[in-house]
Design a protein around this ligand. Structure first.
Ligand code: SF4
Length: 390
């Protein structure tokens, strides 16, 4: 057996050596671990970090998408089963996966569920029940908790799974969540105020994906503009309809000027003049009103006017900033307008010092120097495991 008491398997070549290196390096700074697929990065890293949790630190396990948050928790379940470790760990998901009320409205996207909750929370029976009857112990005895464990228990108790997991987060030792909660400062605060990042070791799994991360990026299409115009007409808002109609003409002109698959940079202020900013605000207000009305009628709270207004407000705000690109792409019979934020290295570099320590791991981190440069990491300890398992 391994001398690492939380490692649940008979060690294979390089695993103990890697655990020793991580243990040594993590005390000094960030670690970049390149190890081939099948090496067992997850149990190796967990086995090193669990003693740190016993000493009062926490662990954030960041994965590329919400769908992957269960993986480290499944591995922890094996460790708990084999070692009897007592730990509160959970897989964290957004409202889209954790809202019980949204089931009444069919398939909603992230922003629609968020909107639903902001409008209905006070009267939501699951939220009221959460406030009155939430009991940590029912969840704790099932830890480590997959998101489906939390959802299932909450559903049975008829309490809100989303707020239940947030209450658990406050006392959790380890949380697995998507990169977005780490790299996006707009989302970060919702977690950070419950789970102190400065006392946490961050593990970024499949970290090579950080090189392609799209922060602050946004898009709409010519279709969005056309639907927004129809909405303004249907809701009898002639001034807003005129404004959107002008905008549609400009976007349409750009669409016709491009060949198939061609793309071109555009300037937001050439589409919306300062004298029209007020109309943009009104379009947004009408979009919000439409969303509210749809919700009241039990429909998806969706509005193209709202989406259009949010996109252009953001585009106008970002215009002129270094590292921001506005690109129009012609895709068959549609035009896609993109805001691309290319300040990733700069933004990412500001994230890592927030944590106590960071571990970046992947099967494709090489060359590590180039990876570190792209994510804005100056000092780190590299570990390379040879490709013996491929
Ligand atoms: S409180 Fe929970 S169940 Fe109710 S709307 Fe919000 S996320 Fe959904």
């Amino acid at each position: 057996m391994s001398r690492f008491k939380y490692f649940p398997y008979e060690p294979r070549p390089f695993q103990e050596e890697t655990m020793r290196k991580i243990t040594r390096y993590i005390k000094m700074g960030a670690v970049c671990l390149h190890a081939p697929t099948g090496f067992g990065k997850t149990p190796v890293i967990l086995s090193v970090l669990l003693p740190f949790i016993k000493r009062g630190l926490k662990v954030i396990w960041a994965v590329r998408t919400g769908n992957e948050t269960d993986r480290p928790i499944e591995e922890l379940k094996i460790i708990v089963e084999k070692t009897g470790l007592d730990i509160l760990a959970l897989s964290y998901r957004g409202k889209k996966d954790m809202c019980l009320l949204s089931r009444r409205y069919g398939e909603l996207d992230y922003s629609e569920v968020s909107y639903l909750c902001s409008q209905k929370r006070r009267e939501c029976p699951y939220y009221v029940n959460f406030l009155e009857n939430f009991d940590y112990s029912i969840f704790r005895e099932h830890s480590p908790l997959l998101y489906s464990d939390i959802y299932g228990i909450a559903e049975k108790e008829e309490i809100c799974p989303y707020y239940a997991q947030r209450a658990l987060l406050e006392i959790a030792d380890l949380v697995a969540l998507s990169y977005n909660y780490v790299v996006d400062s707009r989302l970060e605060w919702s977690i950070r105020r419950l789970f102190p990042y400065n006392r946490a070791i961050l593990v970024v799994d499949e970290a090579h994906n950080l090189q392609n991360i799209e922060l602050n990026s946004e898009h709409i299409t010519l279709g969005t503009v056309r639907r927004a115009l129809r909405e303004a007409e249907e809701w009898d808002a002639p001034m807003i309809a005129d404004f959107v109609s002008n905008l549609r003409d400009k976007v349409d002109k750009l669409f016709r000027a491009l060949a198939d698959e061609e793309d071109i940079a555009f300037t937001p202020s050439e589409f919306i003049a300062p004298t029209e900013y007020d109309l943009l605000d009104r379009a947004r207000a009408l979009g919000e009103f439409i969303r509210r009305k749809m919700l009241e009628e039990g429909k998806r709270p969706r509005s193209s006017l709202y989406r259009l207004a949010i996109f252009w407000k953001k585009a106008l705000e970002l215009e002129g900033l270094e590292g921001i690109a506005f690109i129009a792409e012609k895709e068959r019979d549609n035009l896609r307008l993109n805001i691309w934020d290319m300040r990733s290295a700069e933004i990412l570099a500001s994230r890592w010092p927030i944590f106590k320590r960071c571990i970046f791991c992947s099967g494709t981190l090489e060359p590590i120097e180039a990876f570190a440069e792209v994510i804005g990491l100056d000092d780190y300890y590299p570990i390379k495991v040879p490709p013996i398992y491929n």
